[in-house]
Design a protein around this ligand. Structure first.
Ligand code: GTR
Length: 360
């Protein structure tokens, strides 16, 4: 029998039975996750500036069969030790006064990348913002690189790791994007695949501005429970051996001993309540452990219920390959194939979001 730390009990053992109590419990959970897993995340900068670098000549920026403009942006702000800026791209559907936005933390710098079907996203009426994650800080242990070098480190096991930094940059970008008159700030999704799915979950958990949160194949330290891993699933020991810099130093304590963690990944997902949570897995991606990703969705449902929302309506599961359950506030699908953020995933995510967009 696997024991999972309880969401709806305060650290002192007393019950959490209403949204007011939950907002206090939320703070406890956020504290545990930062101290033990991802590291403490600095406060967002008060001012974030953005510049549109291209777009003067309409012929330079028209794309997607002429149905969109592709804008190059630069996002800038003052970090603790000095100024920081990074580039990003924004596909904007033409002729739409206000478009819902999907903000994607992406793996590659390529514009028109294999991880996003830009034209299809535009045809669904969404704007698409893309941040190449290594423009924020490199995916390695160099804590002087980019954003990483601009915050003091305490060296006490609680300094933020790279997942938290990538997520933080996405939130900074949001601070600028939400000011653009053609962006519908009430209908923004934050999305990421794999390690960037982990980063997106964390960022959204700390920021109420994302109505939708998309975790694609985020697996270990993302949507998947760490306890009770299924055969072939990545463990805390695996991930902290290869990618220790994604986390705070304290996380290493739990390598090989997940039962000692004062949290599990349902803690992370719970912080997204009452927002819409979209979790996607691939049947051939055992490393991400699809069954554990779906089980976490079930486990957090009582938190959504506190808000009078359905949470996950997936029954006892597991979801079949190429099946989905998307009638609730939490949507889950399992596509056939390998670890990837593909067109089929995008179609499912957009279909769900379209049902829940606030339209004027
Ligand atoms: C793997 C890592 C996973 C996942 C993946 C990815 O090597 O072990 O946790 O994040 O990389 O980001 O593609």
């Amino acid at each position: 029998m696997v024991f999972y730390p309880e969401l709806l009990k305060f650290n002192d053992g007393s019950d959490v039975g209403c949204t007011k109590c939950w907002s206090r419990r939320r703070e406890e959970i956020l504290e545990i996750l930062q101290r033990e897993e991802y590291g403490y995340v600095p406060k967002l900068p008060e001012t974030v500036r953005g510049e549109i670098l291209s777009g003067q000549d309409p012929e330079d920026v028209r794309c997607c069969s002429g149905h969109a403009e592709l804008l190059r942006l630069r996002i800038s702000f003052d970090a603790e030790k000095g100024p920081f800026s990074f580039p990003m791209h924004l596909f904007r559907p033409e002729g739409k006064e206000k478009a819902p936005l999907i903000l994607l933390l992406n793996f590659r710098p390529d514009v028109y990348d294999k991880y996003y079907p830009a034209e299809e996203i535009i045809d669904h009426g969404f704007a698409l913002g893309v941040i190449y994650y290594e423009d924020v800080t490199k995916d390695n242990g160099d804590m002087a690189d980019g954003l990483a070098g601009l915050y003091e480190r305490r060296n006490d096991g609680t300094d933020w790791g790279k997942l938290a930094m990538w997520g933080f940059a996405a939130r900074c970008a949001m601070s600028y994007l939400e000011t653009l008159p053609f962006i519908d700030r009430e209908n923004v999704a934050l999305a990421g695949h794999s390690r960037l799915g982990k980063a997106a979950l964390l960022a959204s958990a700390m920021d109420g501005r994302f109505k939708f949160t998309i975790s694609n194949d985020s697996g270990c330290c993302g949507a998947a429970y760490e306890r009770g891993k299924h055969p072939g699933g990545e463990t805390v020991a695996d991930i902290t051996r290869v990618f220790p810099f994604w986390f705070c130093g304290n996380m290493k304590k739990y390598a090989g001993r997940p039962e000692e963690m004062p949290f599990d990944q349902h803690f992370l997902l719970s912080l997204i309540a009452p927002g819409y949570l979209l979790v996607g897995s691939a049947s051939g991606d055992l490393w991400a452990d699809p069954v554990s990703e779906e089980d976490s969705c079930r486990a957090v449902t009582p938190v959504w219920k506190l808000y009078g929302k359905e949470g996950y309506l997936g029954g006892d599961g597991p979801c079949e390959t190429n099946g989905s359950f998307d009638a609730g506030t939490i949507a889950y699908h399992k596509r056939d194939g390998i670890h990837f953020l593909g067109r089929q995933d995008w179609l499912r995510y957009m279909d769900f979001m379209e049902k829940h967009l606030d339209r004027p």
